[in-house]
Design a protein around this ligand. Structure first.
Ligand SMILES: Nc1nc2c(c(=O)[nH]1)N[C@@H](CN(C=O)c1ccc(C(=O)N[C@@H](CCC(=O)O)C(=O)O)cc1)CN2
Length: 306
């Protein structure tokens, strides 16, 4: 983590890249322990279509898997792939004992029903934690695979705030991938949780009551300095690509859902975009692959006759 100079506000920029490296070191240790038992976790990554950002994310997932010692299998298809063929591939991977984790990169092309694909993945191999069995398990406090991005946010919050119990956390955005599981994880950490969405009245006033804000709406710069209580900790999950002009040249750049410069005047700590939450997503995908491998071993030994 880096702290700003005395001329600027004493706001900590939360270093997601450094934290992700710590998580990956922990995962590499776990993978080495499994290797001592003759087990190498296997992760299957499926990409359908040519979305440029998805191609980058999938490439990074494969690279990080290799770096920590997870065996990766990559499946790439163009956007004409029929849904039935994708479901048939998932069925084969579900049955393959060498594959411990299955991930289908989102978004999928419009002709494929995302929910049917997610539900086709065996819950024990659902390293994204999107299957409804894992989503339900998370809300009931049962051992389950939790989505990677909110798990990464929780780690950043624990390292930044220490004890979370009793803090008021406001989550903005109710997606199945981030907002809802984030609320469940914060509740499990004994926070008081408010989950805001597009129909919430006076979101700014609700946010001003928060010790912790997690913004995951996909609206560039929506959270302004006057939405924040002084000293709040802000986690910005938004990754918005916007066009800007520098020196007469048109470029695209990434910004979050929070106006970083303005929020830094009020918050005690804030994640930047890029370099905040994003790297944590991939680190926790690796962690989930190890967790899934252990879970499957446990299930297999429980099924063996005594
Ligand atoms: N099957 C899934 N699909 C998608 C998920 C997911 O968790 N599972 N999340 C996002 C995309 N995503 C991972 O897949 C992801 C997004 C961003 C980053 C990241 O490291 N971002 C960098 C910036 C990278 C850039 O320049 O574009 C950062 O914020 O520093 C990693 C993973 C949707 N789909």
């Amino acid at each position: 983590m880096s702290t700003t100079t005395p001329e600027t506000p004493l706001t900590t920029s939360i270093d997601g890249k450094a934290c992700a490296e710590r998580v990956l070191d922990e995962v590499a240790d776990d993978v080495a322990r499994l290797a001592d038992e003759g087990i190498i976790p296997g992760l299957a990554v499926i990409l359908v279509g040519e979305d440029p950002a998805s191609q980058v994310y999938v490439r990074n997932k494969i690279r990080k898997a290799e770096a920590v010692g997870i065996r990766s299998l990559e499946y790439r298809f163009d956007d004409t792939l029929p849904q039935a063929e994708l479901l048939a591939l998932i069925a084969r991977l579900n049955d393959d004992p060498e594959v411990n984790g299955i991930l289908v990169q989102l978004p999928l092309p419009a002709n494929i029903d995302e929910a049917s694909v997610i539900q086709a993945i065996l819950p024990a191999k659902d390293v994204d934690g999107f299957h409804r069995q894992n989503a339900g398990g998370l809300w009931q406090g049962l051992p389950s695979l939790a989505p990677c991005t909110p798990t990464g946010c929780l780690r950043l919050l624990r390292e930044t705030c220490g004890e979370l119990a009793g803090k008021h956390a406001v989550v903005i955005g109710r997606s199945n991938i981030v907002g809802k599981p984030m609320a469940a994880l914060l509740l499990d950490a004994d926070c008081t949780v408010s989950l805001l969405h597009s129909k919430s009245r006076d979101a700014a006033a609700l946010c001003r009551q928060a010790d912790i804000i997690v913004a995951a709406v996909g609206r560039p710069g929506m959270v302004d300095a006057n939405w924040l209580k002084p000293g709040a900790v802000v986690i910005d999950v938004g990754i918005n690509r916007i066009e800007s002009e520098t020196g007469g040249e048109r470029r695209t750049r990434l910004v979050g859902d929070v106006d970083f410069a303005a929020a830094s005047q009020v918050a005690s700590a804030i994640t930047p975009v890029p370099g905040g939450v994003g790297p944590m997503t991939i680190a926790y995908l690796m962690q989930n692959t190890v967790t899934a491998t252990r879970l499957q071993r446990h299930q297999a030994s429980a099924a063996e006759p005594a």
